[in-house]
Design a protein around this ligand. Structure first.
Ligand code: TEU
Length: 539
């Protein structure tokens, strides 16, 4: 177990994201719950993770699957009770697993009592917890659009004003310029710290400084002032781990968020690597491995000593990477392992998204079975704009968020062991082959590969401390890099293709110990399809 009294404990940690709605249902309503997470702690302990990032379980109308909160201090009854939450925190801690809660501080639900009061009465003390503009119902303050479609301004006839909603009308933005609102949020965070929560993931934290009149949504003028105040007033303990979701971040802004002086956050989720294979969200293009390597090289060396990287390929908003950058057919297992080694071999804190450790894949559903409002709005809007339906569906199959939200595949039993009821979203039909029971029975499964990666990170300091030297930068098929300290050197080589290719092995690694590989028999002269190898030299 990690010594979590050290302020940088999370630099040696590996975290696991649970999307509770799809993780494990225990009461047969087809909706995952906290008792389901408690029941799977042994599984997560076996994997070897040090913390769970729990996507929101607060009271919510579920317009955006919990990222629309109507009570920041209450557990939604569909997920369970506050006692269940307290038990989860306690039982996880017994296993050396910290609970990291998801904080949605940029917006609330339109059903939150604050907003109901604000919308009902301009004189309400909560009115200015939100962003209002006077006007007339036919002319919004400006032409800004919402992330999930439609305008970013919604008319409230009750007060005769527009309110700002970056994401959807059901998610009114909170007004961070209001110190009373900020105080409400800080007090709420302390409530969860007092419950024993040991970290927080901060939803769209780069948006809280927005100035909609200037059409600025991220990196607003007071953003880092607010984050520093958040750190002082809410994240007071140096041992809390905080990770901010920052889609807009580049290396330079990341140095501010993750400043080693501890004035802001522990790290951020940056997304540059997840945007290289698309012209836009719904226009995928083939991945250039050279561009991916350049991106990782810039982030690894840009933040070295001046910040800290998160390392992730999947989350609840992204398609499954084995389908996106690997091969979810013939070489599913090999490519899932290769991608894991590529990611976990770098400097930073790795995050495993539920099912990634099983090599779970994307899904194709009839359009009416999708749940995600982003998918449904995009389908309707693009159809109205005249895009051919097959193009829209192809983009949804490739990039829709519901790819990541199909129920966790626990067994080959009914509904993959996720629920005894009707699952809220269909189970991927491949659950009969891809499931935890099968993985735990197979020593060569993706699960045990992740387990070894997590153990290696703890056994060899070079994973945490080593520098990053990219090899073969212009090679479009192989990703190879060296991590090095004064005492150790690690060579990570990944074949991103289904071809057999010459290995990449500098002279000093010839004959070196192979810490980990994704083929059962020993490494040969060539790299087999999607083969990865981790070689180690002790100096
Ligand atoms: O996501 C931020 C966000 O902008 C993403 O939704 C991204 O734009 C989109 O997924 C690209 O396909 C956070 C949460 O992770 C997401 O689940 C919420 O829907 C969103 O904020 C609003 O809270």
């Amino acid at each position: 177990m990690l010594d979590k009294t050290k302020k940088d404990w999370w630099k040696s940690a590996v975290f696991y994201q649970v999307y509770p709605k799809s993780f494990q249902d225990t009461d047969g309503d087809g909706f995952g719950d906290l008792r389901g997470v408690i029941g799977r702690l042994d599984y997560l302990e076996k994997l070897g993770v040090d913390g769970i990032w729990l996507s929101p379980v607060y009271a919510s109308p579920q317009k955006d699957n919990g990222y629309d909160i109507s009570d920041y201090r209450g557990v939604d009854p569909r997920f369970g009770t506050m006692e269940d939450m307290e038990e989860l925190i306690a039982r996880a801690r017994e296993r050396g697993i910290s609970i990291i809660m998801d904080l949605v501080l940029n917006h609330s639900s339109d059903r939150h009592p604050w907003f109901l009061a604000a919308k009902a009465d301009r004189e309400s003390p909560c009115h200015d917890y939100y962003i209002w503009r006077d006007g007339t119902p036919d002319t919004p303050p400006n032409d800004m659009t919402a992330t999930f479609g439609g305008p970013a301004w919604t008319w409230a006839p009750e007060t005769g004003q527009w309110y700002f909603n970056m994401f959807s009308p059901w998610q009114p933005d909170l007004n961070w310029e209001n110190p009373a609102l900020r105080r409400e949020l800080y007090d709420m965070i302390r409530f969860w710290v007092d419950k024993g929560v040991e970290g927080f993931r901060l939803d769209v934290i780069d948006n809280i400084g927005k100035t909609p009149d200037e059409k600025i949504t991220f990196n607003g003028p007071h953003l880092h002032e607010y984050i520093r105040e958040l750190r002082r007033e809410a994240f007071r303990e140096d041992t809390l781990v905080t990770v901010g979701e920052a889609w807009s971040a580049d290396v330079e802004t990341a140095k501010r968020y993750a400043n080693p002086d501890g004035s802001e956050l522990s790290m951020i989720f940056q997304f540059e690597h997840t945007t290289l294979d698309q012209k836009s969200k719904w226009e995928p293009i083939p991945l250039s491995l050279v561009k991916l390597k350049e991106c990782y090289d810039r982030w690894q060396n840009g933040l070295r000593g001046e910040g800290w990287n998160s390392l992730f390929l999947n989350n609840h908003d992204l398609p499954r990477t084995v389908s996106r950058w690997g091969d979810d057919g013939k070489y599913r297992v090999e490519s899932a392992k290769m991608l894991a080694a590529m990611c976990h071999g770098m400097q930073g804190t790795p995050y495993i998204y539920q099912g990634e450790e099983l090599g779970m894949t994307n899904i194709r559903l009839p359009i009416e079975q999708y749940d995600d409002l982003e998918i449904k709005n995009a389908y309707r809007e693009q159809l109205e704009q005249g895009r051919p339906e097959e193009d829209i569906l192809s983009a949804i199959y490739a990039r829709g968020r519901d790819n990541a939200r199909t129920p966790m595949q626990w067994s080959a039993g009914p509904n993959a062991g996720f629920t005894t009821g009707e699952p809220w979203l269909p189970v991927n039909p491949n659950y009969t082959e891809i499931n935890a029971v099968a993985a735990l029975a197979d020593p060569d499964s993706v699960f045990y590969f992740y387990q070894k990666l997590i153990a290696l990170r703890k056994a060899y300091p070079v994973f945490r401390d080593g520098d990053f030297q990219l090899l073969e930068a212009e090679d479009e098929q192989r990703f190879a890099y060296v991590r090095e300290t004064e005492r150790e050197a690690l060579l990570v080589v990944c074949n991103f293709t289904a071809e057999t290719l010459p290995d990449v092995c500098p002279e000093r690694f010839r004959g070196a110990e192979v810490l980990l590989g994704n083929y059962p028999d020993p490494a040969g002269e060539d790299l087999r399809p999607y083969e990865t190898r981790m070689r180690y030299v002790k100096k």
